[in-house]
Design a protein around this ligand. Structure first.
Ligand SMILES: *Cc1c(COP(=O)(O)O)cnc(C)c1O
Length: 346
């Protein structure tokens, strides 16, 4: 089934065979990869399939190792899915709008048509609308839950309908799932071979700098991603650090608790401001806020050294700022600056 969706060239190609793939096992003398024999452990190429990291992720996420792909951020699997399944200038993808910008950027890089389906008034999906905009050349449907920049989770029953009705790849990007009380779609991987769930160490896990993204999917999809990735896409520094981070899931849980408590405070304080017109519901570590005059408010904040994301030019997000939940002190600075702005621009 997955094989039928693949581009012909990907189906037919031979993957690069690296030295570490050819010989698997323990030896005492490695003269197979033209490495410098000095400067261990950095002289050796890292594990191309990152088995130790995957074992740690498997425990934390409750997903078998064989169903895990690791990328240089989630951005890598996003790009690889286009390269594996979408024939340039022929195939297309369908995505919710508004959403994370990388799906569209990677479509453009890969010369693949990008079809947008506007979310409804609650920033939610209706499965039939997504299916209606697909055709026989639609290879991927991009969903993001909790969604960026809106912050809400998508209706799980509608996502399931998309999975049931659509024969192509359905991606559910769960970059913010750790901040949500909703169930992850990783539990559906065994049931739907066309489902890809994306998660990352960049948000709740506090490790955007090390670049580690996860794709959870059927073995068929994982095999394809492994076949076309750069052989050593996750460097040893990232692999070592990721193992450390994953062994301390309690720390992440504490951060999440702290950030969710602060999210509540931030929302409460924003609500008291006259210039705030609406705060959209959020399951993420940010809030989308409709204000009186987003462009001017944004520049005001920049002048105070406070950077938020101005989403005013994004569909359905007119006059809206996306504000990440920071520390209590950062919330106070933001609120003080917005109060000052409100007073000046009354
Ligand atoms: C931040 C974010 C990511 C994370 O990307 P990385 O490349 O893993 O840092 C993925 N998807 C969405 C929707 C995001 O907002």
């Amino acid at each position: 089934m997955i094989n039928e969706l693949l581009r012909e060239n990907i189906k037919n190609m031979q993957p690069y065979s690296c030295a570490r793939d050819e010989f698997k096992g323990e030896a005492s003398v490695y003269l197979d990869a033209n490495e410098n024999p000095y400067n261990g452990p950095y002289n050796r190429y890292p594990d191309p399939l990152q088995l130790e990291v995957k074992k740690a992720i498997s425990k934390v996420k409750n997903v078998p190792v064989a169903n895990i792909f690791l990328g240089n951020g989630s951005d890598e699997p996003i790009d690889l899915l286009y390269r594996a399944f979408c024939e340039p200038r022929r195939d297309n993808v369908v995505a919710i709008e508004p959403t994370y910008g990388m799906y569209k950027v990677c479509a453009a890089v890969n010369d693949v048509e990008y079809r947008k389906v506007l979310l409804n008034d609650n920033f939610d999906i209706e499965a039939f609308k997504l299916i209606d905009s697909a055709n026989l050349n639609t290879k991927i449907i991009w969903l993001c839950s909790p969604n960026n920049p809106t912050g809400n989770s998508l209706n799980a029953d509608e996502i399931l309908k998309v999975l049931q009705w659509f024969r192509g790849i359905v991606v559910v990007d769960e970059a913010y799932i750790d901040f949500s009380t909703k169930q992850s779609f990783t539990s559906y991987i065994a049931q739907y071979p066309n489902l890809v769930v994306l998660q990352t160490l960049s948000k709740a896990w506090g490790n955007a700098a090390i670049r580690l993204g996860m794709a959870f999917a059927s073995v068929e999809v994982i095999d394809v991603l492994n076949k076309i990735k750069y052989p050593y896409n996750i460097n040893i520094l990232t692999q070592e650090h990721a193992k450390k981070v994953l062994s301390n899931a309690a720390q992440t849980a504490k951060w999440v608790e702290t950030i969710i408590a602060e999210r509540k405070q931030l929302i409460k304080k924003l609500k008291e401001l006259d210039l705030v017109k609406h705060i959209f519901p959020t399951d993420a570590n940010f809030v989308l806020v409709k204000v009186d005059n987003a462009n001017i408010a944004y520049n005001w904040l920049v002048n105070k050294g406070i950077i938020v994301r101005n989403r005013s030019s994004i569909s359905l997000c007119g006059n809206s700022l996306r504000i990440t939940v920071g520390t209590p002190a950062e919330t106070d600075q933001l609120i003080a600056a917005l109060k000052e702005f409100g007073a000046v621009f009354k």
